[in-house]
Design a protein around this ligand. Structure first.
Ligand code: CAO
Length: 541
């Protein structure tokens, strides 16, 4: 066993550099050239490699320290005492800022004043050719400064970013990930701004910023907050600042670095950020998914742009009810193969009867709307067609048949959508149902519903009849297998075989789970409802 100091090698002209990342820990085994530290000067970010293979026995510096060539940063236990006398390898270019070896992408000298169209080409790459592009760091429309990374390429030895030779606006991107590029290849079309200080422009307040101002950077996480705890993601197309070791880790773990919020200096992404990002995604997958950041189904979440670039915005927390409803909707929509069957029921006679009940309703203190008739008709249709009164247990590959008929009614409240459940609808009369709908709707609006009053439904009715519309496609309230949407009844000319008759037609929209119900039964169910509502005497049979 032989211990050896790890010292800072020749820094390629840089005098003093700051340590921004320590990529190893005491006890780690490293091989020659493995990155030990990442340091940053005014001009470049570089990784300091291990001078030889061994085991790290001490790290004598910390993030934020400034070091110079020759400074000791740690100690290495060199296995078998095989200490090589060779000087440490030259620092490898890291992927963040322009690497020392990679000059800015080739471009003609700017003319004085104004803007001009340019095509950025690949600069000399140390004689390397056909280097694969592993990341395109900009998007069309982005505003960039001189030296902002345009694309990242990866050779056998290093990952390098090709920086922009000038400030301006990115036009058409001429390469994509996987392309192999060599010196002189066309990279990006740009509108170059001569002498323009894009950085200065973009740091102006939004009101003073040019319309093409770049997207605001993601807010830096507070020191105490673990990385990636918020759902807020870097704006789409945000530039990625990360060293090669972090990029390698992200590739290994399948993390999209453009979705990772950096907590290192200047928003740089460090290993812990990638780990926290992966952890958060695993937790989301286990808990059934996040509202905007992914669903846990492998379906990518929707990227949010920085809306403030389009106009004034305001953020407000979602209520717990809203979050719960959003998750339920998402779950049902993603899990249930939906089909929606439309039909019209002739409710001319039903309406005449309902209106005739007005005086009695006033006496009873209950308003009779069309909804109790719908509840009764659905209960009868569910009894007639029990394949709609089931739940699927796919784990056990069983169908659960319900011998009761409880129906949920969607109620619109200021706090969001709630679905109280009316039990044993088949056993109740119209007045009881009318009273119960009113009571439950009132409780829902006053937030007084008990959990038990929102559980146990076999089927749901959602009525927009008091509002309007001709049809809609309701989302099944899983694990139920069907939901009836009701739209506003209207007078329509209906052909009776010899003439058009004015009839009051009620639009029905039945969405069902196509795993439980086939299309023919979907149409039979709405037929049956139309029959029952068209002649409500049948409800007595
Ligand atoms: N066609 C024509 N008129 C209708 C109708 C229909 N299908 N359904 C109800 N109406 C009439 C009622 O008769 C009543 O008219 P009058 O005041 O002239 O008597 C008026 O519309 C209002 O009815 P209502 O909405 O107060 O009562 P309801 O029994 O029809 O509905 C309830 C009760 C709780 C379902 C309803 O208030 C509600 O919240 N609806 C919205 C549900 C919802 O948001 N669903 C969306 C789910 S998907 O996001």
């Amino acid at each position: 066993m032989s211990e050896q100091d790890i010292t800072v090698p020749d820094l390629g002209g840089a005098d003093e550099v700051e340590i921004i990342e320590i990529t190893v820990s005491v006890g780690d085994a490293v091989v020659e050239e493995d990155p030990i530290l990442t340091v940053e000067s005014d001009k470049a970010t570089v990784e300091l490699p291990a001078p030889m293979a061994g085991k790290i026995t001490a790290i004598t510096v910390k993030v934020g320290d400034k070091v110079r060539e020759g400074d000791v940063v740690g100690r290495l236990d060199v296995a078998g005492g095989a200490v090589t006398e060779e000087p440490p390898a030259e620092p490898e270019p890291a992927a963040e800022e322009p690497a020392a070896e990679v000059p800015p992408a080739a471009a003609p000298a700017p003319a004085a004043g104004g803007s001009r169209q340019e095509v950025v080409t690949v600069p000399p790459l140390d004689g390397l050719v056909d280097i694969p592009v592993i990341e395109v760091n900009v998007s069309e429309g982005d505003t960039v400064e001189v030296d902002d990374p345009l694309v990242t390429v990866e050779s056998d030895k290093a990952t390098m970013e090709i920086p922009s030779p000038f400030a301006g606006k990115v036009g058409k991107i001429l390469v994509s990930v996987g392309d192999k590029i060599s010196e002189g290849d066309r990279l990006v079309e740009m509108t170059a701004v001569d002498g323009g200080d894009v950085a200065a422009e973009s740091s102006q307040p939004a009101s003073a910023a040019a319309p093409s101002a770049p997207q605001a950077p993601a807010p830096a996480p507070s020191a105490a907050a673990p990385a990636q705890t918020s759902n807020e993601l870097p704006p789409a197309g945000a530039k990625v600042h990360a060293g090669p070791a972090v990029r390698k880790l992200a590739r290994e773990l399948g993390a999209d670095l453009s979705r990772v919020k950096g907590s290192g200096p200047k928003g740089r992404i460090i290993k812990e950020d990638v780990q926290a990002y992966i952890k958060q995604h695993l937790q989301q997958a286990q808990s059934g998914g996040g509202v905007s950041g992914g669903t846990g189904t492998g379906i990518p979440g929707v990227k949010l742009p920085d809306f403030s670039q389009f106009g004034e915005i305001e953020r407000e927390s979602m209520s717990r009810m809203h979050i719960a409803t959003a998750r339920n909707m998402e779950r049902s929509w993603l899990n249930v193969p939906h089909v929606t069957q439309f039909d019209d029921a002739d409710i001319t006679e039903m309406e005449a009867f309902r209106k005739s009940l007005k005086a009695e309703g006033d006496k009873r203190g209950v308003k009779m709307t069309p909804l109790p008739f719908m509840l009764k008709a659905c209960a009868r249709a569910l009894a007639d067609m029990p394949q709609f009164n089931v739940a699927l247990d796919l784990d056990k590959q069983e169908i659960i048949r319900k011998r009761y008929i409880h129906i949920g009614v969607a109620v619109d409240t200021p706090a969001g959508l709630v679905v109280p459940v009316i039990r044993d609808v088949d056993k109740k009369g119209l007045w009881d149902l009318a009273r119960e709908v009113i009571e439950l709707a009132e409780k829902a609006r006053d937030k007084k519903l008990k959990p038990a009053e929102m559980q146990g439904a076999c089927f749901t009715i959602t009525s927009l009849g008091g509002i309007g519309g001709t049809a809609f496609t309701p989302i099944v309230n899983a694990p139920e297998v069907a939901i009836l949407g009701i739209s506003k009844a209207s007078m329509k000319p209906v052909w009776d075989g010899s003439a058009f008759q004015p009839r009051l037609m009620l639009p029905l929209s039945l969405s069902y789970d196509h795993r439980a119900v086939n299309g023919a039964d979907g149409a039979r169910f709405t037929n049956r409802l139309s029959e029952l509502l068209g002649d409500i005497r049948q409800l007595l049979l």
